[in-house]
Design a protein around this ligand. Structure first.
Ligand code: DWN
Length: 402
């Protein structure tokens, strides 16, 4: 790919490599984004070796939030109703949050997961879902020699560096007329709300519908529906493709979406270059606001040890001089130190009893769920700080949360 760079997020560690000791040696790399000249794909300038990110120590559990469990259970019901597939494969099946909904469905004869992280492949194999501990490649599909009526990839396609190979693999694994559904962060949303923290080692690409459509059509996958989901992972698109389709369903809607993307400047390098200054301003504003609270002698913590916050903390150089600790509900992250900035990660605390004054909302994509849990603390004067869609402090007296 011939890429032109438009954003530099500096030196970064592996986003989910939580450390047992702050003195552990870390893999560091330069995180920069560019645009592919031919397809306008927004993609990293240099990719990180996949086995450094996706291995048996991977810590992100899809089932860690009620919002996502409901999201996948609801979509599984829709799939059963609309397609009633007899064979389903999920690329990047993680802890089975989606596939488990089909386990006892008699009409689904073949249920297969593909997951490179050994700890997660074990979880779904133990559930009785046949799971291959493999990366998704055309070679892998050639080896298994099976066809599926429905293939799903949630927050996974954007992780696969050789995107053309991944799409060829999908086409090869689908039955004629088979359906492929991918959901990933939306480039348009990322640019609109300056959520630059969608960029970290694992997210090799951030898709526009324009570039994803171009790449998928190269291999005969026809895009026919785009569902925009503004509240899922901070703004995602769920896109439906059909293999060998001659139909033109929804093409006007898709045309309009692509027109909107072009008008927003995300399909050409001159348009997207402006994103870089928005990101720099966000950084300056966040540092200033956090320091203002610190200078008042407040106790500040971060809420959710997310991959996204690895980008924010390392790009803005925010560490233990600001945050006492990060809370996270994932047992595998607790007792560890955050990548790069080495902030201790602890299990969720009672913010009132711990006298926390301010919490940075690192898991801002779950703010509705989190604000519900922390209503009491907010009623006692607790303040959330977020950087999305802009850097603000949020007290309970203010409404609505943007
Ligand atoms: O694509 C990816 C996305 C979908 O998920 C991955 N490559 C990795 C991961 O990214 P992330 O780490 O930024 O995802 P989340 O879902 O924003 O992480 C939320 C974190 O916050 C989890 O570790 C769970 C934790 N959490 C919490 O401590 N209390 C979450 C909720 C809702 C809570 O109430």
């Amino acid at each position: 790919m011939d890429k032109i760079k438009f954003l530099d997020l500096g030196t970064q560690p592996i986003a989910n490599n939580f450390l047992s000791s702050p003195f552990e040696k870390e893999h560091l790399f330069n995180l920069s984004m560019g645009m592919d000249v031919e397809t306008s794909l927004v993609t990293q300038m240099e990719y990180v070796e996949p086995s450094l990110m996706f291995n048996e120590n991977y810590v992100y559990h899809t089932s860690g939030s009620k919002t996502m469990l409901n999201h996948f259970s609801k979509f599984a019901q829709e799939v059963k109703k609309s397609f009633c597939p007899s064979s389903i494969l999920e690329i990047g099946s993680n802890d089975g949050a989606f596939l488990k909904n089909f386990k006892d469905d008699p009409s689904c004869k073949h249920l297969v997961g593909v997951e490179p992280c050994g700890n997660f492949a074990k979880i779904t194999n133990d559930m009785g879902i046949a799971t291959h501990e493999e990366f998704w490649t055309e070679d892998f599909v050639r080896d298994i020699d099976m066809k599926f009526e429905f293939i799903y990839a949630a927050n996974c396609l954007c992780h696969i560096q050789d995107i053309r190979d991944a799409l060829r693999a999908v086409e090869r694994a689908l039955t004629p007329g088979g359906i492929f559904v991918a959901e990933d962060p939306s480039l348009l949303d990322m640019v609109k709300i300056t959520s630059y923290d969608q960029i970290y080692d694992e997210h090799a690409h951030i898709f526009s519908i324009y570039s994803l459509n171009m790449l998928a059509s190269e291999v005969g996958l026809k895009l026919y529906v785009v569902d925009h989901m503004p509240t899922i992972h901070g703004g995602s698109n769920r896109v439906f493709f059909e293999k060998n389709s001659a139909s033109n369903i929804n093409s006007t809607v898709i045309k309009n979406i692509i027109e909107e993307e072009k008008a927003a400047g995300i399909c050409d390098i001159r348009g997207i270059e402006g994103f870089s200054s928005k990101v720099e301003n966000s950084k300056k504003d966040l540092i200033k606001l956090l320091h203002k609270h610190k200078d008042l002698g407040e106790k500040i913590i971060s809420y959710g040890a997310t991959s996204k916050s690895t980008t924010v903390f390392n790009y803005c150089e925010l560490g233990t001089e600001i945050f006492d600790y990060i809370t996270d509900s994932t047992p595998d992250k607790q007792g560890k130190f955050s990548p790069g900035m080495h902030i201790p990660v602890v299990s969720p605390v009672d913010l009132i009893k711990e006298h926390v004054d301010t919490a940075f909302l690192a898991a801002w994509n779950f703010r509705t769920e989190i604000l519900k849990y922390e209503r009491k603390w907010q009623n006692t004067g607790g303040c959330f700080i977020t950087h999305v869609p802009e850097v603000i402090e949020y007290y309970n007296t203010m409404s609505p949360f943007p």
